[in-house]
Ligand binder design. Structure first.
Ligand SMILES: Cc1cc2nc3c(=O)[nH]c(=O)nc-3n(C[C@H](O)[C@H](O)[C@H](O)COP(=O)(O)O)c2cc1C
Ligand code: SF4
Length: 552
Protein backbone atom coordinates (compact mmCIF):
# COMPACT_ATOMS: atom_id res chain seq x y z
CA UNK A 1 0.00 0.00 0.00
CA UNK A 2 2.62 2.54 1.00
CA UNK A 3 4.51 1.86 -2.26
CA UNK A 4 1.38 2.75 -4.21
CA UNK A 5 1.00 5.91 -2.18
CA UNK A 6 4.65 6.74 -2.78
CA UNK A 7 4.06 6.39 -6.54
CA UNK A 8 0.93 8.54 -6.37
CA UNK A 9 2.77 11.17 -4.38
CA UNK A 10 5.60 11.20 -6.94
CA UNK A 11 3.10 12.36 -9.59
CA UNK A 12 2.54 15.53 -7.58
CA UNK A 13 6.26 15.85 -6.97
CA UNK A 14 8.00 18.30 -4.71
CA UNK A 15 6.47 21.44 -6.19
CA UNK A 16 2.80 20.48 -5.71
CA UNK A 17 3.73 18.55 -2.64
CA UNK A 18 0.94 16.48 -1.09
CA UNK A 19 2.01 17.12 2.48
CA UNK A 20 1.72 20.87 1.92
CA UNK A 21 -1.69 20.47 0.31
CA UNK A 22 -2.74 18.31 3.22
CA UNK A 23 -1.64 20.96 5.71
CA UNK A 24 -3.72 23.59 3.90
CA UNK A 25 -6.80 21.36 3.77
CA UNK A 26 -6.41 19.87 7.25
CA UNK A 27 -8.97 22.02 9.07
CA UNK A 28 -11.69 21.61 6.42
CA UNK A 29 -13.12 18.08 6.13
CA UNK A 30 -14.66 18.83 2.71
CA UNK A 31 -11.39 20.11 1.27
CA UNK A 32 -9.52 17.17 2.77
CA UNK A 33 -11.96 14.68 1.21
CA UNK A 34 -11.68 16.42 -2.16
CA UNK A 35 -7.92 16.32 -1.95
CA UNK A 36 -7.86 12.61 -1.20
CA UNK A 37 -10.24 11.96 -4.11
CA UNK A 38 -8.20 14.09 -6.51
CA UNK A 39 -5.05 12.26 -5.50
CA UNK A 40 -6.73 8.81 -5.58
CA UNK A 41 -5.51 8.29 -2.02
CA UNK A 42 -8.61 7.46 -0.04
CA UNK A 43 -9.86 9.48 2.90
CA UNK A 44 -8.49 7.08 5.52
CA UNK A 45 -4.97 7.79 4.28
CA UNK A 46 -5.24 11.56 4.50
CA UNK A 47 -7.08 11.47 7.83
CA UNK A 48 -4.52 9.02 9.16
CA UNK A 49 -1.72 11.38 8.20
CA UNK A 50 -3.36 14.62 9.35
CA UNK A 51 -4.31 13.22 12.75
CA UNK A 52 -0.67 12.38 13.43
CA UNK A 53 0.67 15.94 13.69
CA UNK A 54 0.49 18.29 16.68
CA UNK A 55 -0.38 21.32 14.54
CA UNK A 56 -3.00 19.55 12.41
CA UNK A 57 -4.83 17.17 14.72
CA UNK A 58 -8.44 17.94 15.52
CA UNK A 59 -7.98 18.16 19.29
CA UNK A 60 -5.46 21.01 18.85
CA UNK A 61 -7.49 23.12 16.46
CA UNK A 62 -8.96 25.42 19.07
CA UNK A 63 -5.64 25.89 20.85
CA UNK A 64 -4.45 29.48 20.76
CA UNK A 65 -1.18 29.19 22.58
CA UNK A 66 1.28 26.31 22.92
CA UNK A 67 3.54 25.82 25.93
CA UNK A 68 6.92 24.14 25.45
CA UNK A 69 7.04 20.84 27.35
CA UNK A 70 10.65 19.97 26.43
CA UNK A 71 13.19 18.66 28.94
CA UNK A 72 15.07 21.97 29.37
CA UNK A 73 11.93 24.01 30.17
CA UNK A 74 10.77 21.19 32.45
CA UNK A 75 14.01 21.16 34.45
CA UNK A 76 14.06 24.96 34.60
CA UNK A 77 10.66 24.84 36.34
CA UNK A 78 9.38 27.76 34.27
CA UNK A 79 6.31 26.21 32.71
CA UNK A 80 4.02 25.95 35.77
CA UNK A 81 4.16 29.70 36.55
CA UNK A 82 3.97 30.49 32.82
CA UNK A 83 0.83 28.40 32.47
CA UNK A 84 -0.79 30.24 35.37
CA UNK A 85 -0.05 33.54 33.62
CA UNK A 86 -1.43 32.29 30.32
CA UNK A 87 -4.58 31.08 32.08
CA UNK A 88 -5.38 34.73 32.81
CA UNK A 89 -5.69 35.29 29.06
CA UNK A 90 -6.87 31.94 27.74
CA UNK A 91 -9.23 29.19 28.81
CA UNK A 92 -7.75 25.79 29.69
CA UNK A 93 -8.92 24.33 26.37
CA UNK A 94 -7.12 27.06 24.41
CA UNK A 95 -3.72 26.19 25.88
CA UNK A 96 -1.87 23.36 24.18
CA UNK A 97 1.58 21.82 24.52
CA UNK A 98 4.40 21.59 22.05
CA UNK A 99 7.79 19.95 22.29
CA UNK A 100 10.86 22.16 22.33
CA UNK A 101 10.92 25.52 20.61
CA UNK A 102 14.72 25.73 20.74
CA UNK A 103 14.59 28.48 23.38
CA UNK A 104 16.43 26.26 25.87
CA UNK A 105 18.95 29.04 26.64
CA UNK A 106 16.35 31.03 28.54
CA UNK A 107 13.32 28.70 28.95
CA UNK A 108 9.75 29.72 29.72
CA UNK A 109 9.04 29.11 26.03
CA UNK A 110 5.71 29.24 24.22
CA UNK A 111 4.33 29.74 20.73
CA UNK A 112 1.56 32.20 19.95
CA UNK A 113 0.16 32.94 16.48
CA UNK A 114 3.07 31.16 14.84
CA UNK A 115 5.81 33.12 16.70
CA UNK A 116 7.97 31.88 19.55
CA UNK A 117 8.58 33.64 22.87
CA UNK A 118 10.56 32.84 25.99
CA UNK A 119 11.54 34.22 29.40
CA UNK A 120 9.03 37.09 29.24
CA UNK A 121 8.17 39.07 32.31
CA UNK A 122 4.51 39.15 33.35
CA UNK A 123 4.02 42.64 31.89
CA UNK A 124 5.45 41.67 28.52
CA UNK A 125 3.19 38.65 28.35
CA UNK A 126 0.14 40.78 29.03
CA UNK A 127 1.07 43.42 26.47
CA UNK A 128 1.70 40.72 23.87
CA UNK A 129 -1.88 39.50 24.16
CA UNK A 130 -3.60 42.82 24.77
CA UNK A 131 -1.75 45.19 22.42
CA UNK A 132 0.16 42.69 20.24
CA UNK A 133 3.43 44.32 21.36
CA UNK A 134 6.21 41.81 20.99
CA UNK A 135 8.91 41.74 23.62
CA UNK A 136 12.39 40.98 22.44
CA UNK A 137 13.98 37.74 23.49
CA UNK A 138 17.52 37.80 24.85
CA UNK A 139 20.11 36.51 22.45
CA UNK A 140 22.25 33.58 23.39
CA UNK A 141 26.05 33.48 23.45
CA UNK A 142 27.81 32.21 20.34
CA UNK A 143 31.46 31.40 20.81
CA UNK A 144 34.29 28.98 20.11
CA UNK A 145 37.63 28.10 21.61
CA UNK A 146 39.05 27.43 18.14
CA UNK A 147 41.62 29.87 16.82
CA UNK A 148 39.77 29.85 13.51
CA UNK A 149 36.19 28.69 13.99
CA UNK A 150 34.60 26.84 11.08
CA UNK A 151 30.88 26.98 11.70
CA UNK A 152 30.41 30.08 13.83
CA UNK A 153 32.79 32.18 11.69
CA UNK A 154 31.36 35.40 10.28
CA UNK A 155 29.80 35.04 6.82
CA UNK A 156 32.16 36.68 4.29
CA UNK A 157 29.59 37.34 1.56
CA UNK A 158 28.18 35.10 -1.15
CA UNK A 159 30.96 35.30 -3.74
CA UNK A 160 33.75 34.52 -1.31
CA UNK A 161 31.78 31.84 0.51
CA UNK A 162 30.75 30.03 -2.67
CA UNK A 163 34.12 30.28 -4.43
CA UNK A 164 35.12 26.67 -3.48
CA UNK A 165 31.95 25.50 -5.26
CA UNK A 166 33.11 27.15 -8.50
CA UNK A 167 36.27 25.04 -8.33
CA UNK A 168 34.47 21.84 -7.38
CA UNK A 169 32.19 21.83 -10.40
CA UNK A 170 35.26 21.81 -12.66
CA UNK A 171 36.36 18.52 -11.12
CA UNK A 172 35.43 14.89 -11.51
CA UNK A 173 32.60 13.87 -9.14
CA UNK A 174 34.24 10.67 -7.95
CA UNK A 175 37.39 12.53 -6.88
CA UNK A 176 35.29 15.02 -4.89
CA UNK A 177 33.56 12.03 -3.25
CA UNK A 178 36.97 10.67 -2.31
CA UNK A 179 37.79 14.04 -0.71
CA UNK A 180 34.60 13.93 1.29
CA UNK A 181 35.38 10.41 2.47
CA UNK A 182 38.97 11.36 3.34
CA UNK A 183 37.77 14.36 5.34
CA UNK A 184 36.32 11.87 7.84
CA UNK A 185 33.10 13.90 8.19
CA UNK A 186 30.49 11.89 10.08
CA UNK A 187 26.80 12.77 10.24
CA UNK A 188 25.86 15.15 13.03
CA UNK A 189 22.19 14.12 13.26
CA UNK A 190 22.90 11.43 15.83
CA UNK A 191 24.11 8.20 14.24
CA UNK A 192 27.51 9.49 13.05
CA UNK A 193 27.50 7.72 9.68
CA UNK A 194 30.27 8.92 7.30
CA UNK A 195 28.81 11.43 4.83
CA UNK A 196 31.23 10.59 2.00
CA UNK A 197 30.16 6.94 1.95
CA UNK A 198 26.51 7.92 1.79
CA UNK A 199 27.17 10.42 -1.01
CA UNK A 200 29.10 7.84 -3.01
CA UNK A 201 26.34 5.25 -2.57
CA UNK A 202 23.76 7.77 -3.78
CA UNK A 203 25.95 8.77 -6.74
CA UNK A 204 26.26 5.12 -7.75
CA UNK A 205 22.61 4.20 -7.08
CA UNK A 206 20.42 3.38 -10.06
CA UNK A 207 17.25 5.38 -10.55
CA UNK A 208 16.18 8.90 -11.28
CA UNK A 209 15.44 11.57 -10.42
CA UNK A 210 17.61 11.70 -7.33
CA UNK A 211 16.99 13.96 -4.38
CA UNK A 212 18.91 15.67 -1.62
CA UNK A 213 17.01 16.16 1.63
CA UNK A 214 18.16 18.24 4.55
CA UNK A 215 16.88 16.93 7.85
CA UNK A 216 16.04 20.17 9.66
CA UNK A 217 13.58 18.61 12.07
CA UNK A 218 15.83 19.12 15.09
CA UNK A 219 13.42 17.83 17.71
CA UNK A 220 15.79 16.98 20.56
CA UNK A 221 14.80 19.06 23.55
CA UNK A 222 17.87 21.05 24.55
CA UNK A 223 19.25 21.37 21.02
CA UNK A 224 19.20 24.62 19.03
CA UNK A 225 22.23 23.87 16.91
CA UNK A 226 20.47 23.50 13.56
CA UNK A 227 18.26 26.44 14.49
CA UNK A 228 21.37 28.60 14.93
CA UNK A 229 22.83 27.48 11.60
CA UNK A 230 19.62 28.07 9.68
CA UNK A 231 18.92 31.44 11.26
CA UNK A 232 22.41 32.85 11.51
CA UNK A 233 24.51 30.92 8.95
CA UNK A 234 21.93 29.78 6.36
CA UNK A 235 24.47 29.71 3.52
CA UNK A 236 26.54 27.09 5.35
CA UNK A 237 23.62 24.70 5.03
CA UNK A 238 22.76 25.66 1.46
CA UNK A 239 26.35 25.35 0.25
CA UNK A 240 26.42 21.76 1.54
CA UNK A 241 23.13 20.92 -0.13
CA UNK A 242 24.03 22.42 -3.51
CA UNK A 243 27.39 20.66 -3.51
CA UNK A 244 25.73 17.38 -2.53
CA UNK A 245 23.15 17.87 -5.28
CA UNK A 246 25.90 18.28 -7.87
CA UNK A 247 27.78 15.30 -6.47
CA UNK A 248 24.94 12.78 -6.51
CA UNK A 249 23.31 14.11 -9.69
CA UNK A 250 20.14 15.55 -8.12
CA UNK A 251 18.22 18.51 -9.50
CA UNK A 252 16.02 19.10 -6.48
CA UNK A 253 16.82 19.56 -2.83
CA UNK A 254 14.28 19.73 -0.01
CA UNK A 255 14.76 21.29 3.41
CA UNK A 256 12.28 19.76 5.83
CA UNK A 257 12.15 22.38 8.60
CA UNK A 258 10.08 21.89 11.72
CA UNK A 259 7.13 24.21 12.24
CA UNK A 260 8.42 24.98 15.74
CA UNK A 261 11.20 27.05 14.07
CA UNK A 262 9.32 29.77 12.14
CA UNK A 263 12.36 32.07 12.03
CA UNK A 264 14.52 29.33 10.51
CA UNK A 265 12.05 28.95 7.67
CA UNK A 266 12.16 32.69 6.96
CA UNK A 267 15.95 32.96 6.98
CA UNK A 268 16.48 29.90 4.82
CA UNK A 269 13.89 31.12 2.32
CA UNK A 270 15.57 34.55 2.20
CA UNK A 271 18.96 32.93 1.56
CA UNK A 272 17.49 30.76 -1.23
CA UNK A 273 16.15 33.90 -2.92
CA UNK A 274 19.56 35.54 -2.68
CA UNK A 275 21.14 32.54 -4.38
CA UNK A 276 18.49 32.48 -7.10
CA UNK A 277 19.11 36.18 -7.78
CA UNK A 278 22.84 35.64 -8.04
CA UNK A 279 22.75 32.58 -10.27
CA UNK A 280 23.80 29.96 -7.70
CA UNK A 281 20.46 28.18 -8.00
CA UNK A 282 18.30 27.49 -11.03
CA UNK A 283 19.21 26.31 -14.54
CA UNK A 284 22.79 25.81 -15.64
CA UNK A 285 24.37 27.24 -12.48
CA UNK A 286 27.50 29.31 -13.28
CA UNK A 287 27.52 27.76 -16.78
CA UNK A 288 28.41 24.42 -15.26
CA UNK A 289 25.60 22.50 -16.92
CA UNK A 290 24.27 21.70 -13.43
CA UNK A 291 20.72 22.77 -12.56
CA UNK A 292 19.42 22.71 -9.01
CA UNK A 293 16.41 23.98 -7.09
CA UNK A 294 15.74 24.12 -3.39
CA UNK A 295 12.37 23.86 -1.74
CA UNK A 296 11.44 24.39 1.91
CA UNK A 297 8.78 22.10 3.34
CA UNK A 298 7.43 23.01 6.75
CA UNK A 299 6.84 20.21 9.25
CA UNK A 300 3.67 20.08 11.32
CA UNK A 301 4.81 19.03 14.80
CA UNK A 302 6.13 15.50 15.24
CA UNK A 303 9.44 14.33 16.76
CA UNK A 304 9.55 11.08 14.80
CA UNK A 305 9.69 13.04 11.54
CA UNK A 306 13.37 13.56 12.41
CA UNK A 307 13.93 9.86 11.76
CA UNK A 308 14.88 9.83 8.11
CA UNK A 309 12.39 7.28 6.75
CA UNK A 310 9.50 8.86 8.68
CA UNK A 311 10.62 12.24 7.34
CA UNK A 312 10.47 10.97 3.76
CA UNK A 313 7.03 9.43 4.36
CA UNK A 314 5.94 12.79 5.75
CA UNK A 315 7.06 14.68 2.63
CA UNK A 316 5.13 12.15 0.56
CA UNK A 317 1.97 12.99 2.51
CA UNK A 318 1.82 9.58 4.16
CA UNK A 319 1.43 8.90 7.87
CA UNK A 320 5.02 9.33 9.05
CA UNK A 321 5.71 5.84 10.27
CA UNK A 322 9.26 4.55 10.32
CA UNK A 323 10.13 2.22 7.44
CA UNK A 324 12.24 -0.91 7.69
CA UNK A 325 15.79 -0.45 6.36
CA UNK A 326 17.27 -1.77 4.07
CA UNK A 327 16.54 -0.50 1.53
CA UNK A 328 18.25 2.68 2.73
CA UNK A 329 17.20 6.09 1.43
CA UNK A 330 20.28 6.31 -0.84
CA UNK A 331 18.60 3.55 -2.89
CA UNK A 332 14.93 3.87 -2.05
CA UNK A 333 14.26 7.30 -0.62
CA UNK A 334 11.89 10.14 -1.46
CA UNK A 335 9.20 8.89 -3.88
CA UNK A 336 11.11 5.60 -3.99
CA UNK A 337 14.10 7.31 -5.69
CA UNK A 338 17.76 7.49 -4.56
CA UNK A 339 17.95 10.18 -1.89
CA UNK A 340 20.74 11.64 0.18
CA UNK A 341 19.47 12.61 3.64
CA UNK A 342 21.79 14.55 5.90
CA UNK A 343 21.47 16.72 8.95
CA UNK A 344 21.78 20.54 8.86
CA UNK A 345 25.11 20.58 10.70
CA UNK A 346 26.51 17.80 8.50
CA UNK A 347 25.79 19.88 5.39
CA UNK A 348 27.31 22.91 7.11
CA UNK A 349 30.65 21.12 7.38
CA UNK A 350 31.02 20.74 3.61
CA UNK A 351 32.06 24.34 2.92
CA UNK A 352 34.89 24.34 5.51
CA UNK A 353 36.19 21.03 4.13
CA UNK A 354 36.59 22.47 0.64
CA UNK A 355 37.61 25.98 1.64
CA UNK A 356 40.38 24.95 4.06
CA UNK A 357 41.32 21.75 2.25
CA UNK A 358 40.64 18.15 3.14
CA UNK A 359 43.98 17.63 4.86
CA UNK A 360 43.63 20.67 7.12
CA UNK A 361 40.07 19.72 8.01
CA UNK A 362 40.92 16.13 8.84
CA UNK A 363 43.69 17.29 11.17
CA UNK A 364 41.03 18.79 13.44
CA UNK A 365 39.52 16.37 15.93
CA UNK A 366 40.28 12.80 16.87
CA UNK A 367 41.01 9.62 14.95
CA UNK A 368 37.35 8.67 14.69
CA UNK A 369 35.66 12.05 14.98
CA UNK A 370 36.91 14.74 12.62
CA UNK A 371 36.19 18.44 12.52
CA UNK A 372 34.30 20.46 15.08
CA UNK A 373 31.04 20.05 16.95
CA UNK A 374 28.47 22.63 17.91
CA UNK A 375 27.06 22.23 21.40
CA UNK A 376 24.06 24.05 22.84
CA UNK A 377 23.78 24.79 26.56
CA UNK A 378 20.55 25.40 28.44
CA UNK A 379 19.50 28.19 30.80
CA UNK A 380 21.16 26.64 33.85
CA UNK A 381 24.56 27.95 32.72
CA UNK A 382 26.02 31.37 33.45
CA UNK A 383 26.65 31.74 29.70
CA UNK A 384 23.92 29.71 28.02
CA UNK A 385 24.59 29.49 24.33
CA UNK A 386 26.01 27.79 21.31
CA UNK A 387 29.65 26.77 21.30
CA UNK A 388 31.91 25.33 18.61
CA UNK A 389 34.79 23.12 19.75
CA UNK A 390 37.19 20.75 18.05
CA UNK A 391 36.15 17.13 18.41
CA UNK A 392 38.16 15.68 21.29
CA UNK A 393 37.74 18.74 23.55
CA UNK A 394 37.02 17.73 27.15
CA UNK A 395 33.34 18.20 27.96
CA UNK A 396 34.43 20.01 31.12
CA UNK A 397 35.88 22.84 28.99
CA UNK A 398 32.58 23.33 27.21
CA UNK A 399 30.53 23.36 30.39
CA UNK A 400 32.85 25.36 32.64
CA UNK A 401 35.06 27.53 30.45
CA UNK A 402 32.70 28.32 27.59
CA UNK A 403 29.39 27.95 29.42
CA UNK A 404 30.74 29.56 32.59
CA UNK A 405 29.56 26.70 34.82
CA UNK A 406 26.17 26.09 36.41
CA UNK A 407 24.10 28.78 38.14
CA UNK A 408 22.48 26.20 40.41
CA UNK A 409 23.71 22.86 41.80
CA UNK A 410 23.28 20.27 39.04
CA UNK A 411 23.46 16.49 39.48
CA UNK A 412 23.52 15.31 35.86
CA UNK A 413 23.46 16.49 32.27
CA UNK A 414 21.65 14.77 29.47
CA UNK A 415 23.59 15.21 26.24
CA UNK A 416 22.12 14.31 22.84
CA UNK A 417 18.40 14.67 23.43
CA UNK A 418 15.95 12.25 25.03
CA UNK A 419 17.78 9.27 23.54
CA UNK A 420 21.19 10.53 24.67
CA UNK A 421 23.05 9.37 27.77
CA UNK A 422 22.53 10.87 31.18
CA UNK A 423 25.92 11.80 32.61
CA UNK A 424 26.20 12.22 36.38
CA UNK A 425 28.18 15.29 37.27
CA UNK A 426 31.10 13.29 38.74
CA UNK A 427 31.64 11.60 35.38
CA UNK A 428 31.95 14.78 33.31
CA UNK A 429 35.75 14.53 33.35
CA UNK A 430 35.59 11.07 31.76
CA UNK A 431 34.24 12.34 28.45
CA UNK A 432 35.56 14.39 25.60
CA UNK A 433 33.40 15.67 22.76
CA UNK A 434 33.68 12.79 20.30
CA UNK A 435 31.56 9.86 19.17
CA UNK A 436 34.00 7.31 20.58
CA UNK A 437 34.58 8.90 23.98
CA UNK A 438 30.87 9.15 24.73
CA UNK A 439 30.33 5.57 23.56
CA UNK A 440 33.22 4.20 25.64
CA UNK A 441 31.89 5.88 28.75
CA UNK A 442 28.40 4.41 28.17
CA UNK A 443 26.73 7.55 26.81
CA UNK A 444 25.96 8.97 23.37
CA UNK A 445 27.12 12.21 21.77
CA UNK A 446 24.02 12.37 19.56
CA UNK A 447 23.30 15.86 18.30
CA UNK A 448 24.90 17.34 21.44
CA UNK A 449 22.24 19.55 22.99
CA UNK A 450 22.85 19.75 26.74
CA UNK A 451 20.05 19.67 29.33
CA UNK A 452 21.01 20.17 32.99
CA UNK A 453 19.16 18.31 35.70
CA UNK A 454 19.31 20.33 38.93
CA UNK A 455 19.97 18.54 42.21
CA UNK A 456 16.52 19.42 43.45
CA UNK A 457 14.77 17.96 40.37
CA UNK A 458 13.52 14.43 41.23
CA UNK A 459 15.18 11.80 39.04
CA UNK A 460 12.02 9.67 39.09
CA UNK A 461 10.17 12.58 37.46
CA UNK A 462 12.85 12.85 34.80
CA UNK A 463 12.56 9.13 34.01
CA UNK A 464 8.80 9.48 33.77
CA UNK A 465 9.29 12.44 31.43
CA UNK A 466 11.52 10.32 29.13
CA UNK A 467 8.99 7.48 28.98
CA UNK A 468 6.18 9.96 28.41
CA UNK A 469 8.08 11.73 25.66
CA UNK A 470 8.53 8.40 23.87
CA UNK A 471 4.91 7.41 24.42
CA UNK A 472 3.67 10.68 22.92
CA UNK A 473 6.13 10.74 20.02
CA UNK A 474 6.12 7.01 19.15
CA UNK A 475 4.98 6.44 15.57
CA UNK A 476 3.18 3.34 16.81
CA UNK A 477 4.58 0.97 14.23
CA UNK A 478 6.16 -1.48 16.66
CA UNK A 479 4.71 -2.53 19.98
CA UNK A 480 7.85 -2.58 22.19
CA UNK A 481 8.01 1.19 21.79
CA UNK A 482 4.30 1.93 21.51
CA UNK A 483 3.30 -0.12 24.55
CA UNK A 484 6.57 -0.28 26.45
CA UNK A 485 6.87 3.48 26.77
CA UNK A 486 3.31 3.78 28.11
CA UNK A 487 3.82 0.95 30.62
CA UNK A 488 7.12 2.50 31.73
CA UNK A 489 5.48 5.86 32.27
CA UNK A 490 2.64 4.27 34.24
CA UNK A 491 5.10 2.50 36.55
CA UNK A 492 7.02 5.69 37.26
CA UNK A 493 3.84 7.67 37.74
CA UNK A 494 2.33 5.17 40.17
CA UNK A 495 5.54 5.08 42.20
CA UNK A 496 5.68 8.88 42.37
CA UNK A 497 2.03 9.31 43.19
CA UNK A 498 1.50 6.74 45.92
CA UNK A 499 3.14 3.96 47.84
CA UNK A 500 3.47 1.64 44.83
CA UNK A 501 6.97 0.10 44.61
CA UNK A 502 8.55 -0.78 41.26
CA UNK A 503 9.93 -4.25 40.64
CA UNK A 504 13.50 -3.70 39.37
CA UNK A 505 13.45 -6.95 37.40
CA UNK A 506 10.29 -5.88 35.61
CA UNK A 507 11.70 -2.50 34.60
CA UNK A 508 14.99 -4.11 33.49
CA UNK A 509 13.02 -6.56 31.34
CA UNK A 510 10.97 -3.76 29.86
CA UNK A 511 14.05 -1.72 28.99
CA UNK A 512 15.84 -4.71 27.50
CA UNK A 513 12.83 -5.57 25.34
CA UNK A 514 12.53 -2.00 24.10
CA UNK A 515 16.25 -1.73 23.41
CA UNK A 516 16.57 -4.99 21.54
CA UNK A 517 13.32 -5.27 19.65
CA UNK A 518 12.22 -1.76 18.70
CA UNK A 519 12.37 -0.96 15.02
CA UNK A 520 14.11 2.40 15.35
CA UNK A 521 16.18 4.36 17.81
CA UNK A 522 13.22 6.03 19.51
CA UNK A 523 12.03 2.92 21.35
CA UNK A 524 15.49 1.40 21.07
CA UNK A 525 17.32 4.48 22.36
CA UNK A 526 15.35 5.73 25.33
CA UNK A 527 16.45 2.81 27.57
CA UNK A 528 20.01 4.23 27.60
CA UNK A 529 19.36 7.39 29.65
CA UNK A 530 16.90 5.51 31.85
CA UNK A 531 19.48 2.79 32.55
CA UNK A 532 22.05 5.53 33.26
CA UNK A 533 19.64 7.12 35.73
CA UNK A 534 18.86 3.78 37.40
CA UNK A 535 22.55 2.95 37.72
CA UNK A 536 23.95 6.27 38.85
CA UNK A 537 21.07 7.49 41.01
CA UNK A 538 20.26 4.27 42.84
CA UNK A 539 20.30 5.93 46.24
CA UNK A 540 17.86 8.63 45.29
CA UNK A 541 15.60 6.18 43.45
CA UNK A 542 15.70 3.29 45.93
CA UNK A 543 12.65 4.59 47.79
CA UNK A 544 10.52 3.90 44.69
CA UNK A 545 11.69 0.29 44.28
CA UNK A 546 10.87 -2.96 46.02
CA UNK A 547 13.50 -4.11 48.46
CA UNK A 548 14.55 -7.75 48.95
CA UNK A 549 12.11 -7.96 51.85
CA UNK A 550 9.14 -6.55 49.91
CA UNK A 551 10.05 -8.47 46.71
CA UNK A 552 8.62 -11.83 47.73
C1 LIG B 1 13.71 9.08 16.75
C2 LIG B 1 14.73 9.70 15.87
C3 LIG B 1 14.76 11.08 15.71
C4 LIG B 1 15.72 11.67 14.89
N1 LIG B 1 15.72 13.03 14.77
C5 LIG B 1 16.63 13.61 13.97
C6 LIG B 1 16.62 15.02 13.78
O1 LIG B 1 15.81 15.74 14.36
N2 LIG B 1 17.56 15.56 12.95
C7 LIG B 1 18.47 14.77 12.28
O2 LIG B 1 19.26 15.27 11.50
N3 LIG B 1 18.49 13.44 12.44
C8 LIG B 1 17.59 12.85 13.25
N4 LIG B 1 17.60 11.49 13.38
C9 LIG B 1 18.58 10.72 12.60
C10 LIG B 1 18.10 10.50 11.17
O3 LIG B 1 17.29 9.33 11.13
C11 LIG B 1 19.27 10.31 10.20
O4 LIG B 1 20.17 9.39 10.73
C12 LIG B 1 20.00 11.62 9.91
O5 LIG B 1 19.13 12.60 9.41
C13 LIG B 1 21.08 11.37 8.87
O6 LIG B 1 21.85 12.52 8.71
P1 LIG B 1 23.36 12.59 9.18
O7 LIG B 1 24.04 11.36 8.65
O8 LIG B 1 23.87 13.84 8.56
O9 LIG B 1 23.37 12.62 10.66
C14 LIG B 1 16.67 10.87 14.21
C15 LIG B 1 16.63 9.49 14.37
C16 LIG B 1 15.68 8.91 15.19
C17 LIG B 1 15.67 7.43 15.35
S1 SF4 C 1 10.60 2.32 17.87
FE1 SF4 C 1 8.78 3.61 18.18
S2 SF4 C 1 9.07 5.29 16.77
FE2 SF4 C 1 10.48 3.67 16.12
S3 SF4 C 1 9.31 2.43 14.63
FE3 SF4 C 1 8.90 1.51 16.59
S4 SF4 C 1 7.00 2.52 17.29
FE4 SF4 C 1 7.85 3.78 15.66
Amino acid sequence: MSENLTALSFRKGVEQNLFEQMQKASSDPVALRKMSEDCLMGEAVTLGAVSFYDFLKKENREKKVFLCNGSACLCAGTQGPLKSRLEKQFSESEIGEICCLGRCYENGAFQYQGSNYSALEEESIESLFTSGKKAHSKDYHVDSNMEIPLLVAEFPGIDKFYSPFKELVQRDRQSVCEDLKNSGLRGRGGAGFPMGIKVEACLQAQGSPKYVVCNADEGDPGAYIDKFLMEQRPHSVLFGMITAGWLVGAEVGVLYIRAEYPDSILSIEAAIHELQDQGYLGDNILDSGFSFRLKVIKGAGSYICGEETALLASIEGQRPEVRVRPPFPVEYGLFGRPTLVNNVETFANVQPIFSMGVKNYSEIGTEQSKGTKLISLDGHFYRPGLYEVAMGTPLRIVLDELGGGFRVPVKAVQVGGPLGGLIPIDKIDEVTVSFESFKQAGFLLGHAGVVSIPEEFPMIEYIEHLFQFTAVESCGKCFPCRLGSVRGQELMHKARAGDYKIDRELIDDLLETMEQTSLCALGGGVPLPIQNALNYFQDELSVYFKTKETQS
